[in-house]
Design a protein. Sequence first.
Length: 126
Amino acid sequence: MTETTYIRKGDIFYVELGTERNGSVQNGGATGVRPCVIMANKVACEVSPVLLVVPITSSFGKHRKGMPTHLELGNILPKKSVALFEQVLTVNRYQLRDKIANLSEDLLEEANKKIMISFGLVPKYA
């Protein structure tokens, strides 16, 4: 990522998520360079050194149908993928690598709902 790369909520970047530490996997199981959806607000995207991201997986063995925090991404990425909103991460801006895609307005609206569910802001799932 260059200094002039504009970041906005809904962008999908490759992110360096690190490796195992002290015998446990850092960041809730997501390691290495993985695609992630940026979910930070507008101000954070413009000026914050840290950003909220949601990791994406193409391993559908881990994807549970009906999981309220999973968002299927359709054909945005080369492989069929799911964003895992139960694994919201905080990363440093310097961990971002290449931008690879962005969510459509419809998917971004769904992503906003998924993050609300994950944070317990939807009474049905709180």
